[in-house]
Ligand binder design. Structure first.
Ligand code: BJW
Length: 282
């Protein structure tokens, strides 16, 4: 049987080969096969909490200890996770094509030259007080602070992630035990990630805008994201306005509800990114 045009790997390869400027937008699904949970759907819960509600200033103000348990767990897990074949395929594309730019919503990576981390990093720490600009980059301390010392041993090496919650015995961390800002001595330290209602880094946004305005985007890869969060999702429609062809790589991309949105010339590969990206980008 011939492949449907939207998932024909050979036509995708032709489009990729003839594309000069390529943009990617990545989300949690890119790291799913490294064992890092996604935000929405089946994986989107930590303890009994909705992950999209824990990563908010409202939750931090209500129970900063609980929010730090969530982020401490994610730092701990990320430090033990390994890049998967999809990460490697994107890195190889970056090496081959100077005109490739990768935007990621994930907070689990270290930004090399052609990567923009839209939602910050788990390994940046900043002050939570309004108006204080203290920030510390590349803090890989694990545990981040004494109350976040894992209460249980990690499983032996080689056991697949996700790890058991190493803090499952810790029910509550009082605010007084969390580190405060060394600069203003007032605000609690918080993860340097972007929560709902917070602005993305202005210089980074400017740089991305300049890149978008530098020339036509020929092809855009949309990898492992539900594309529900703005302004990240807006880059897809902007690339479309440029005349870019869109290629979605997501196990849900070929679901009936998604297929009807696919425009002629666009691609949808309904598979695990770690499995399909290496074949698509080879
Ligand atoms: C696989 C796979 C496999 C599984 N292979 N795929 C009303 C309308 C429009 C906008 C707004 C609105 N009200 C408010 C807003 C703005 C708001 C917003 O977008 N809200 C919408 C939800 C409605 N946005 C903001 O607030 C942003 N800031 C902003 O706009 O500033 C200006 C402003 C200021 C003040 C007021 C208003 C505007 C900031 C957004 C920050 C998002 N932060 C988070 C948490 C980051 C920290 C952390 O990591 O803890 O970012 S939320 C969470 O969602 C996280 C993610 O980066 C982001 C996107 O999620 P993602 O990556 O798409 O994950 P999932 O789980 O949703 O999807 C995973 C996908 O993978 C699924 O599709 C699976 O099928 C797939 N998958 N396995 C490939 N193996």
């Amino acid at each position: 049987l011939p492949m449907a045009p939207h998932n024909d790997v050979e036509s995708f390869h032709e489009v990729l080969r003839s594309s000069r400027r390529v943009l990617a937008l990545c989300g949690a699904g890119l790291s799913a096969s490294s064992g890092l949970p996604t935000f929405r759907g089946a994986g989107g819960y930590w303890r009994s909490h909705d992950a999209t509600k824990l990563g908010t200033m409202r939750a931090f103000k209500t129970d900063p200890g609980m929010v730090w348990l969530f982020y401490g767990y994610r730092r701990h897990t990320c430090l033990r996770a390994r890049p998967n074949p999809a990460h490697r395929a994107l890195a190889a594309l970056a090496r081959e094509n100077q005109d490739f730019l990768c935007l990621t919503q994930n907070v689990d990576s270290h930004p090399p030259e052609q990567l923009r981390t839209l939602h910050g990093s788990l390994f940046d720490i900043k002050c939570s007080a309004d108006g204080c600009d203290w920030v510390q980059h590349d803090n890989f301390d694990d545990p981040f602070c004494p109350p976040l010392a894992p209460a249980s041993e990690d499983p032996p090496p080689g056991r697949p992630l996700p790890l058991l919650d190493p803090y499952h015995r810790i029910k509550h961390i009082p605010e007084e035990e969390l580190p405060t800002c060394p600069k203003c001595k007032d605000g609690l330290q918080r993860p340097g990630v972007v929560w709902f209602g917070e602005e993305l880094d202005e210089d980074m946004m400017k740089g991305i805008n300049e890149w978008m305005n530098d020339g036509k985007v020929d092809l855009m890869l949309v990898v492992g994201t539900s594309a529900q969060v703005w302004p990240a999702a807006g880059y897809i429609s902007r690339a479309k306005l440029h005349g870019a062809r869109i290629a979605t790589i997501n196990p849900e991309a070929e679901d009936e509800t998604e297929l009807y949105k696919i425009q002629p010339g666009d691609f949808a590969f309904g598979r695990d990114a770690a499995e399909s990206l290496p074949l698509l980008l080879e």
